[in-house]
Design a protein around this ligand. Structure first.
Ligand code: MG
Length: 256
């Protein structure tokens, strides 16, 4: 089984700072989500803020394929886009939902967080999807404590989502985080309770339910990044970076 790094108090303090910038960037962007704003405008806002805080946008230039690195600060994923949408001139429209994912590196340490925002007034189905996904993140975090197993987190997310009649995405997962944006362990949003690595104090994880209103199946656009639901129904995404303790996890990307 993969070796999971444990952080020192000094390292967690550095991640707290990166997490603060993530949280404030998300709050700033959320305050500008409205019909008519372009996703590129939101991206510019986030990048300027992150750099003003001494941070570096962690997603820009990231990717397994150097010839097709992610080109922006934010992943901006509208409606049926699950994750990794690329900001462009497209303007948000009333009734859409938009998932905003942001990663920050500062002093060599990473923070990662995401939130799905309503654009103006949204319908009942989308409102419920947002609520259930955010609750699923909370249920997962509640299981993220020293002495539990990793898949206690995963199964708590899955159970809440499936009880609501929705599906967790299988092809994409959360992750360990620290000196790397993505490190061990993988943090799936499905699994069998009591299995997976033992959670220990001072592990740091990015827990991120991606929840589809319909089928769990997804497909990748030709741009190599944009992940959509296979059935075209909406999807939501909430993410926090947390530090494991003996009690409740410390949420490093919590705002305010
Ligand atoms: Mg992440």
């Amino acid at each position: 089984m993969a070796k999971v790094p444990v952080k020192s108090q000094r390292e967690i303090a550095l991640m707290r700072e990166s997490g603060r910038i993530v949280a404030e960037a998300l709050a700033l962007v959320g305050g500008h989500v409205r019909p008519g704003v372009s996703t590129r405008e939101l991206d510019a806002l986030a990048e300027e803020f992150i750099r003003s805080q001494g941070g570096i946008p962690a997603f820009k230039g990231y990717g397994p394929d150097r010839r097709n690195a992610f080109p922006a600060t934010l992943c901006v994923s509208i409606d049926d886009v699950v994750v990794h949408g690329i900001p462009d001139g497209r303007r948000l429209e009333e009734g859409e939902i938009v998932s905003v994912d942001v990663g920050v590196k500062k002093n060599g340490w990473f923070g990662d967080g995401a939130k799905t925002f309503p654009v103006g007034r949204i319908n009942e189905e989308k409102a419920r999807l947002l609520k259930v996904t955010e609750e699923a993140l909370e249920k997962g975090i509640a299981q993220a404590r020293a002495g539990n197993k990793l898949h206690d987190v995963s199964s708590a997310v899955q159970r809440h989502v499936e009880a609501a009649g929705y599906a967790v995405v299988r092809d994409l997962v959360g992750h360990g985080i620290g000196k790397n944006l993505h490190e061990d362990p993988a943090v799936p949003n499905f699994g069998v309770p009591g299995t997976g690595v033992l959670l220990r104090e001072d592990m740091t994880l990015a827990i991120e339910p991606m929840v589809n209103a319909g089928t769990f199946a997804v497909r990748l656009d030709e741009d190599g990044w944009t992940v959509r639901t296979a059935d075209g129904r909406p999807s939501a995404h909430f993410e926090h970076t947390v530090a494991i303790t003996q009690g409740e996890a410390e949420i490093l990307t919590r705002h305010g």
